[in-house]
Design a binder for this molecule. Sequence first.
Ligand code: FA5
Length: 352
Amino acid sequence: MSNLEDLKADVTRLLSEAKDAQAVEQIRIRFLGRKGVIAEHFSRMGDLSPEERRATGAALNDLKICCEKKIKEAADRFASGRSRGDAIDVTLPGRPAHAGLTHPINETLRDICQTFRLAGFDVADGPEIETDWYNFEALNVPADHPARDMHDTFYVKMEEDGGRREKAGEYLLRTHTSPVQIHVMEKQKPPVRIIAPGRVYRRDDDPTHSPVFHQVEGLWVEEGVTLRDLKGLLEYFLKMLFGESVRARFRPSFFPFTEPSLEVDMSCVICGGEDHSAHCRTCKATGWLEVLGAGMVHPNVFRAAGHNPSKVTGLAFGMGVERMAMIRYGIDDIRLFFENDVRFLSQLSGGT
Ligand code: FA5
């Protein structure tokens, strides 16, 4: 009998040492198998007296039931993953969760939009596939206008109405966000104060130009809006985005959809603009960085959008978001933003 008690202890110990389900199965075969230890004990009962046989038989049955129970429990533990090896040790430090980061372009875009939202502008959007009318004609850029050469355009061949309406050149990928000006003015009576962030496309590809990039358009139409409002607004914007010490410079320029037109430069954030280093690569030693196109809405644009140019005035501006981000993060190759190397992106992004 004491022999049987030892067997029970052996089974318990071996099961506690078992590392996996296979080890448990080995224990089962060794003790409960057809030629196992318990079967062997049963087979030897013939040598016993009838009294001993009764007592030993009962004890062996108890042992068998006990072993079956313990082995089943151990097997179930491994099957459900609750075994010692797989158990969750709640005292271990947790695995670090890698939160995604906002892409530097999105971060810049978000900050630009937030700055204008604070100044009372709503966010509008428009289609990326445009018609020639919205992208050019309505913006006072007729078919033979030399300004079209500046926007080397991707044309889209669309098949509509079961293929009946198919005319190459009728649709295009918008080359700037300015068509949103027309969409908004068609729908909304003045006062209008919107910014329109979005993707635009041009046949460009070099270290500072990408075929797909982002712009933010701004439009403020209201009675009595003047160039002074434009200058004040853009100065406010640049200081909000780049810091109080930044200065803005306004130069006469030309855009078919604004009159007068301006180009806006900001003092170089790398060399500070004043006493600029002759070696500053960012501003090419000029002390200034060109950041925005702007102007007062051309009367022809008001007419195209169904407004009376003698009743309202408006200001408009447009900026390249990648350009802003390059200045902000001191990056000299625009392609780095699109290669999406996580090591590069995580150096720049500050938030989630
Ligand atoms: C325009 O696109 C005008 N629609 C802006 C405007 C709006 C003027 C409203 C007046 C009133 P421009 O072609 O200069 O202007 O482009 C604006 C900015 O987009 C540029 O200053 C530059 O920062 C950026 N940009 C232009 N081409 C690319 C390109 N291929 N890759 C990255 N950024 C570009």
